[in-house]
Design a protein. Sequence first.
Length: 318
Amino acid sequence: MGLGIGLIFEEVLTPGGLIASMMLISRITGPAQMLANSATRFASFNQSKTQINRLLSQPSERDFSYQHHPLPKQAPSIKVDQLTFRYPKQVKPTLSAVSFTVEPGEIIAIAGPSGSGKSTLLEMLAGLQLAQNGAIELDGVNLSQYDSQLFRHWCFIRAAYPDLLSLSVREWLADGNPITEQQMIDALNLVGGKAWFDSLPNGLDTVISSLIPDSLFDILSGTVAQVLIDAKAVVYDYKLMLMDNPVPDYNPLAKWVFSQFVEQKRGQSTIVFTSHDPDLIKLADKVVILNEGAIAYSGPLESGETDDENTIKEVSNG
C-alpha cells in the first residue's frame, strides 16, 4: 500500500491502478490466508480421526461375555500383585511391580509426581488397560474374569478429561440405572449446580453435546463440568469408585463437597482416587505413593505424623 501511494505521487501509477492491484493481490493471497486459518481445524480433524481409528481397531469385548463372573453386590476388596505395564515404544515401564491391597469400603489415595503412573494405574483398575505382568483381583477374582462392559457400568469411573457422546443430562446421570428425576435434581443441587441447571432450556432433557461438542473440559467451564461429574457420583450408590484427580482446580468449595462425599461413602463403597492435594490425600484410609512407576510408600497415613505428611508433599510435587 505504501509503495503504491509513492508510485501515485511519482505519477507512475494511477489510483485506479492501485485499487486494481490490491484487488488482484487479495485474490491471490486470500486462499493462502484461509488455508492458514484452517490449520487448527485440520489438526483437530486428524486428532479425531486418530481417536476413531483407535476405537475401531479395539477387539470386541462381547465375544465371551457369557463366561463372566457375577459382580459383587457390596463394596469389594482389591488386590494388586506385581502389576507391570509399559506403553509401546517406551524403554522404561510406566508401572513396575506395583503391589498393594484395599479392604472392602476403604478409601485409597494414589499420590506422586506427574508422570509417575497414577492415571495408568487407575485405568488398569478400571479394566481400560490390560496388565502385561502381574494381576488385579476384585474380591479374590481376577479382573479379567468379569465382563468388561458390565464391570465399567457397575463401577463409577471418573477420568481426568472425560469425553461425552450425544447424551442428555438425564442419560448422563442415570447411565441406565433406576434413578428418579427428583434424585437427579437433588444430586445437582447438592454439588452446587442449581443455578446452572435452572438455566438449561430443556432441563434434564438438555443434550450435553449441544453445549459442548467435544470434551467436557475443552469448552465448558470447569465449574459446570465438575457439577456434572460430581452429581453422577452422588446420584447412584456405586460400590466401587475410581476417580482421577477429583478436584482438579483446588477450589475450596469443590474440596469441601468432595470431603463430605468421602465421609458419606466411607465404609459403604471402595474408593480409589488420585490427587496432588495433601488435604484430599489425608481423607484416605491408606495412601499409595508412586515414583517413576514404582511404589515409594504404601500404607496408612496416621494423623499427626508430620514425616508422612512431608513425604506426601515432597513426592506429590515431584
